[in-house]
Write a protein that binds this ligand. Sequence first.
Ligand SMILES: Cc1ncc(COP(=O)(O)O)c(C=O)c1O
Length: 389
Amino acid sequence: MTTAARTALHALPLEQLRRRSSTKWRTYPEDVLPLFVAETDFPLAEAITARLREALELGDTGYTPPDPGLRTAFAAYAQRHFGWTVQPDRIRSTCDVMMGVVEILRAVIAPGDRVIVAPPVYPPFFDCVEEAGGVVERVPLIDVDGSWILDLAGIERALAGGARAVLLCNPHNPTGTVHSRSVLAQLAEIAADHGAVVVSDEIHAPLVHPGVEYTPFLAASPRATEVGYTVTSASKAYNLAGLKCAVMVTASEETAAVVRTLPPEVEWRTGLFGALAAVAAWNPASDPWLEALRVALDDNRRLLGRLLAEQLPEARYRLPDAGYLAWVDLRDLGWGDDPASRILREARVALNRGPTFGDEGRGHVRINLGCSPDVLTEAVLRIAALVRR
Ligand SMILES: Cc1ncc(COP(=O)(O)O)c(C=O)c1O
């Protein structure tokens, strides 16, 4: 890597962040360090700021047009970053990733059908299966030689028992796991054999760490193109969650036809600012910003490892393959199922509570690393001080 590519993006100072009005900054009082919800503390990419500023100056705040440029922008981005060829006409937009997931699930399952999720997993996965009329079937990740992987045998049993769909998280939140091409191809094979579908949430894909090979589900194998639906957005990597825009991608005539049956409102609810910002994010002009963000996050995931080893050796942590979320096992501290509650109360650090990710999350916390090294250090020191009390 060249020196220029190692330039890290710097998070904004806390005084500035505290003026933000988003969930991360308005849920807790000022003495709490917020390292919970998946928002990041960095300045926006300049191309995004410029595009939104131009729209604001024009009062360009109306409805989103049928094709605000998302299709060609995402197709070019997928090719450039993931080597994934997507046909622009197989891309449809919606207001956020979870809405895309719910509406696709609703279209492919019948009420009461079982949908497989792999806990510990992003908590809304449980709710969105129910919102789509399905019933959650849990097939937890398995720990093989220190890596979290999908339990393909368990998934196959669930599909053979009648489950109709798999809700995949690739990269996986909260463990940061990037599923291998071989695992994804096997998953596609199993799903196809049982006439089931795979809905793949790939929102964290732009943030894969150095040395990790990422495979979009639809690029895993020809079978994956037949059974898969991908939902993704620029909202995690580029911190645009409040602007409401995501894309649904398919790679076969049959799956594209299913997406065309979704109610027009699903696409109509795409936020115009979200679409403008996503097009700017996916433009090559924003690539250097993304690279600098990835350097900062790579540094932070390693910094957390060092801090925990020095300050909180009871904690067990594996470097995430992707993203800015760290899954930390605090069971050895003996703080019960929900250590995040005590940490919030007594250390004044807000983390995500492990049990909300499924039973497998008992005794765990999720830490958001998308902050400055100083904030991350202060958070760990506060937690460590609790142990020494
Ligand atoms: C895996 C995953 N999917 C979806 C979302 C939420 O995306 P959206 O706000 O677009 O629904 C998040 C947010 O953290 C996430 O981690």
